[in-house]
Design a protein around this ligand. Structure first.
Ligand code: FES
Length: 109
């Protein structure tokens, strides 16, 4: 399987592009943490903390459907958008190729 490209929109609107493997069973949260992004992921990836919140700026429609558990967690966030996802619920696969995302965390500043 080929690597995919993940584009991360930085706070100054520049993009950082990372290559991500699709054959290691990783989810997007684990990948972002592994690349030193500030994702707390206090629940360990079971959709219970929402600190892995991202906005999918481009490519949202191609992603897996949001489960009820994910939606319930997202609804608790003050900075939810109509393209919000929990990155721990997105497994690295070809559907994520070339997505653009912003890391929003838990919205608490
Ligand atoms: S890591 Fe906790 S909800 Fe994703």
């Amino acid at each position: 399987m080929q690597d995919i490209k993940i584009h991360i929109q930085n706070s100054d609107n520049t993009l950082t592009t990372l290559e991500a493997p699709t054959d290691m069973g990783l989810n997007l949260m684990e990948f972002l943490k592994g690349n030193d992004y500030d994702v707390m992921a206090t629940c360990g990836g079971i959709a219970l903390c929402a600190t892995c919140h991202v906005e999918i700026v481009s490519g949202f429609d191609l992603l897996s459907e949001i489960t009820n558990d994910e939606l319930i967690m997202l609804d608790t966030l003050p900075n939810i958008t109509d393209k919000s996802r929990l990155s721990c619920q997105l497994h690295l696969n070809n559907n994520l190729n070339n997505i653009v995302l912003r890391i929003l965390g838990d919205g608490v500043v």
